[in-house]
Design a protein around this ligand. Structure first.
Ligand code: SF4
Ligand code: SF4
Length: 389
């Protein structure tokens, strides 16, 4: 049914209208899911309602081969591990059994090409017809020719997002923390050429993590020409967040990057229900996006089912704390925070919507924002477009 609607929409609607509709549909789903989770009637009638994430994030490994200036990886104190295939298969099987169809192999930190089981994981996902999309971000430094030849054999469900830190060696080194400009350019060019040569249907996006004004020169012209031929897409971000306070504005500015202004925290961050991540050791963290030390643990797949974890008390506790304005340490000053309530709900009628959707009595609610203003809303990314590496 969903795929029929999608194919009709593709035929009759222009691209921008399709994107707007898709974003609306996604927001509606998140709000409905949250509302059901918070409804005592729904929970009494159907049993504990679980979060329905857009995608299940998998941390195949939390080891990375770069030290990006905009990422907290260099400060991480968690043990460095690689996920076993048993945990991986179990997570995927449970996720699919819940009716979900998207898998993201982007860890909180770490690079998928460091993961020695990457191709076993991709093969497993490719073998599952229920999976509609699987994707990952990478710095692509380790994406050598033999790796590329294997990647281009997958089908259109695989998307690879290539993070790229600068169009000259010095800028790249400053932003990515490693002197691997030539390797990254060769890898991206190699992937694009192999895609064209083999007529591969995998999707490739180049994600610019560069200072403003940096994209120029021969490689930039090449990327734009490939985008104009619809071989790749290009995405960029203008400002960079603080990883819950681990990355300072001065550090970002020192690399020529623009710090993201602090958002007003009002209502739960949507990532608590849209972006859970199974860590390499089998524990499940509520946020796949930031929280480098994985402090928002909501369960352990070695002890509980994914469904029980996503409907469990720990996740509910974090939702209530966010709703109450009592944010956990990782979220308190996180400039990546993005409320699950759309901007128009966070204005003068905020308490009303908080009551209707969150079932949260206004007398218990408290704004964490000193100015009480509505935060600037940024459209929520899909699993396939989220900023990671
Ligand atoms: S506020 Fe930041 S750390 Fe907390 S859930 Fe949102 S993105 Fe993750
Ligand atoms: S942003 Fe990605 S590539 Fe860069 S250090 Fe962090 S995990 Fe590694």
């Amino acid at each position: 049914m969903n795929s029929t609607i999608r194919s009709i929409a593709r035929t009759v609607l222009p691209k921008t209208a399709r994107h707007k509709l898709a974003a609306l549909y996604e927001w509606g789903g998140v709000l409905a899911n949250y509302s059901m989770m918070r409804s005592s009637i729904a929970n009494a009638l159907f049993g504990p309602i679980s979060a329905r994430p857009n995608a299940l994030y998998i941390e195949g490994t939390n080891i990375c081969n770069a030290r990006c200036v905009f990422c907290a990886y260099p400060q991480m104190e968690r043990p460095k591990v690689v996920m076993s295939m048993d945990v991986f298969r179990s997570a995927i099987d449970q996720h699919l059994a819940m009716g979900s169809t998207e898998v993201d192999l982007t860890p909180i930190v770490g690079d998928p090409f460091v993961d020695r089981f990457l191709f076993e994981r991709l093969d497993y996902l490719a073998s599952k017809h229920e999976v509609q999309g699987y994707h990952f971000y990478s710095n692509v430094i380790l994406m050598k020719p033999e790796v590329i030849e294997r990647l281009v054999k997958y089908d259109e469900r695989l998307s690879i997002f290539c993070s790229f830190g600068g169009f000259d060696r010095e800028t790249y080194h400053r932003v990515m923390g490693v002197d691997k400009f030539d390797e990254a350019v060769t890898a991206i060019r190699g992937l694009i050429e192999a895609k064209v040569r083999t007529n591969s249907r995998i999707r490739v996006q180049v994600n610019l993590r560069t200072p403003l004004g940096n994209p120029q020169g021969e490689f930039w012209d090449y990327l734009r020409s490939m985008r104009d031929r619809d071989v790749i897409s290009i995405d960029s971000i203008e400002d960079f967040d603080n990883w819950g306070g681990d990355i300072t504005d001065e550090t970002l500015r020192g690399a020529g990057l623009v710090p993201k202004p602090p958002p007003v925290h009002r209502g739960p961050c949507h990532r608590l229900i849209t972006s859970p991540v199974v860590l390499a050791d089998g524990r499940v963290n509520a946020c796949a996006c930031r929280d480098v030390e994985a402090t928002l643990i909501i369960g352990d797949l070695k002890k509980d089912s994914l469904k029980d974890i996503l409907a469990g008390p720990k996740l509910r506790e974090y939702l209530v704390r966010h709703e109450r304005g009592d944010f956990p340490e990782a979220c308190k000053t996180c400039t990546r925070y993005d409320s699950l309530y759309p901007k128009w709900m966070r204005g003068p009628l905020w308490k009303f919507f908080q009551w209707i959707i969150g079932g949260f009595p206004s007398s218990r609610g408290r704004d964490s924002a000193p100015d009480g203003g509505a935060p600037p809303h940024k459209p929520r990314e899909t699993a396939a477009t989220g900023f990671k590496a």
